[in-house]
Design a protein around this ligand. Sequence first.
Ligand SMILES: *[C@@H]1O[C@H](CO)[C@@H](O)[C@H](O)[C@H]1NC(C)=O
Ligand SMILES: *[C@@H]1O[C@H](CO)[C@@H](O)[C@H](O)[C@H]1NC(C)=O
Ligand SMILES: *[C@@H]1O[C@H](CO)[C@@H](O)[C@H](O)[C@H]1NC(C)=O
Length: 185
Amino acid sequence: MGTTAVTVVMVMLCGIMVHADVKPQKDFNLQRFAGKWYRVGLAYDSPRFLPYRDMLRASMGIITPLPNGNVNLTMWDATTLSCQTKLYQYEKTNVSGQFIYFSTTHNMIKDITVVETNYTDYALVLKHKEFNREYTQVALYGRTLKVRNYVIQKFKDFAVSQGLSRESILTPPPAENCPPAESEC
Ligand SMILES: *[C@@H]1O[C@H](CO)[C@@H](O)[C@H](O)[C@H]1NC(C)=O
Ligand SMILES: *[C@@H]1O[C@H](CO)[C@@H](O)[C@H](O)[C@H]1NC(C)=O
Ligand SMILES: *[C@@H]1O[C@H](CO)[C@@H](O)[C@H](O)[C@H]1NC(C)=O
């Protein structure tokens, strides 16, 4: 019993401190990161997300670097009824590859770290609120809808290392006609 309690405490501590040593992609290059991506994987443990899990689709997004180093991200979000675009504005920080943004959903500032990318194929992105696991997300972006298996494995391992449960890891099917075919760039 005693051992279990100690284990639980250690797991909790690790859960809290786990982000501290996540470094962004070395020599992060925003210009090379620009353009079209698909969110082909998402790990998200929030109970509030549970009802939406099965509806998740691999949405498309476009990263537009701004001259001051900030970023506009346009995401196409397929809901059961429509295809909506959402604009996110990421503000640069002093650390290249790290951004902050104001989440209107959660009404708080969150950190975004581009943990690893090779620009041409995939990007592993951590979105989190320090000290609060409920708001932590790990996303896998691909330049196309299909990424290599070892990249998916890398994404899953990283999500688990950030304290997300295996059950929370999704690799959703593509969005159908969202954005509508004629407007796809
Ligand atoms: C970025 O988003 C802001 C806010 O919607 C908009 O005013 C601005 O024109 C956008 N910039 C680019 C380059 O898309
Ligand atoms: C970022 O760097 C500038 C200039 O070195 C400094 O004045 C500012 O306090 C730093 N901001 C943060 C959040 O570290
Ligand atoms: C990026 O990753 C893909 C898939 O793992 C690989 O085929 C490609 O060569 C990599 N590109 C670079 C520039 O490292």
